[in-house]
Design a protein around this ligand. Structure first.
Ligand SMILES: *Cc1c(COP(=O)(O)O)cnc(C)c1O
Ligand code: SF4
Length: 345
């Protein structure tokens, strides 16, 4: 068979002769049907109806490569629990609300969230590679608050007009959902603003769809004029396999500084061993722990909550067993606070 590929694709041909699917194809193939996810993991039908009901509010979405890292037949798998819609999401719990961190109040239009001095966060897209059940933006009205990817001008003008903004944070949704040419159009515009000195990218792609870190993406990253911090988002060591390590090495090779933020989640990573193993595995992959967030009280996620007292115990155990630089900072986000609030332990 003669593959209709460009010459640069030749080294990527698999043994079958076909090029491996690109990240956009893999994204389209993500699992969105609860019945299929349960079938892939040999889980019984008792999970199906609740999953369908909860998915009607916030859909299931998980790349197949992420599913492949889950244990079959284990409804308590720490990766599965992050993505499987559960009946518990449907219960109304006092204090758990749609916008727990006050993002709507901080939106300045043009998709720019300027909550903290010196840095501003750009909501570049509402799309993500995965739907995390605990996400504090699960009900964020993205369509009304996007820095329109078709036209970055309003966002660029807002950044240019505020010379307090030294660091631009690409966020979302997940900014790596945008095609490379859209990212390039944005950073070309940012390069014309002299007070922008740093770029930061918050993304789960290197973890959940590591194929996103392809040659074209790395060319874009390498050509940026700033030092770039990339904050990945892993909650459990099982998320990091050889393919993920390869993607992370690719980012490091482009000169990026890699940091990780986790959310402390009941039954996912609320044990000292899980957190310690995560920190060690991250470091081996070239990533330093940054934040460990207490759960934002978003509607539908109360079953993930870990009490601050339990979190403090976990921090003390971690500090006693890990090098200081492998201990993340325990924080919570409080609407109106001038920075992520440190939680004492
Ligand atoms: C979390 C966040 C930041 C970044 O805060 P750091 O403490 O610098 O990581 C910036 N802007 C917004 C709106 C945020 O939510
Ligand atoms: S990738 Fe981030 S923004 Fe997207 S659903 Fe997960 S936590 Fe939320």
């Amino acid at each position: 068979m003669i593959a209709a590929s460009s010459p640069t694709d030749h080294n990527r041909l698999s043994s079958s002769g076909a090029p491996p699917p690109g990240w956009q194809a893999l994204l389209r193939q993500a699992v969105t049907d609860p019945a299929e996810l349960l079938r892939m993991l040999d889980l019984g039908p008792q999970w199906l109806e609740p999953a369908r009901q909860a998915a009607a509010i916030f859909g299931l979405k998980t790349p197949r490569g992420f599913v492949a890292r889950m244990r079959k037949g284990d409804p308590a798998d720490p990766l599965l629990l992050q993505v499987l819609p559960l009946h518990a999401e449907l219960q109304a719990i006092p204090g758990y609300v749609a916008d727990p961190v006050g993002d709507l109040a901080s939106t300045q239009g043009a998709g720019l969230l300027h909550k903290y001095t010196g840095r501003a966060l750009l909501v570049t897209t509402g799309a993500c590679a995965v739907h995390c059940r605990y996400c504090f933006r699960r009900e964020f009205p993205y369509s009304e608050h996007l820095a329109a990817a078709a036209n970055w001008q309003p966002a660029l003008q807002a950044i240019a007009a505020d010379d307090d903004i030294h660091e631009v944070i690409l966020s979302g949704g997940d900014p790596l959902s945008l095609a490379d040419h859209k990212l390039r159009a944005l950073t070309d515009g940012l390069q014309t603003i002299p007070h922008v000195r740093r770029l930061r990218i918050h993304t789960r792609y290197p973890i959940v769809l590591p194929e996103r870190i392809d040659k074209s993406f790395q060319q874009w990253l390498r050509a940026l004029p700033w030092r770039v911090a990339i904050v990945i988002h892993a909650n459990h060591a099982n998320e990091i396999d050889a393919r993920v390590e390869q993607a992370l090495a690719g980012l490091t090779a482009c000169g990026a500084t890699l940091l990780n933020q986790s959310v402390l989640l009941r039954r996912v990573n609320d044990e000292a061993d899980a957190l310690i193993t995560l920190s060690e595995k991250l470091f081996t992959a070239g990533v330093l722990p940054y934040y460990l967030h207490l759960l934002d009280p978003v509607r539908g996620a109360a079953h993930f909550d870990v009490e601050a007292g339990v979190a403090a115990d976990l921090m003390r155990t971690m500090a006693a067993r890990l090098s200081g630089y492998l201990v993340p900072r325990l924080v919570r986000e409080q609407a109106g606070a001038p920075y992520k609030t440190p939680v004492a332990w």
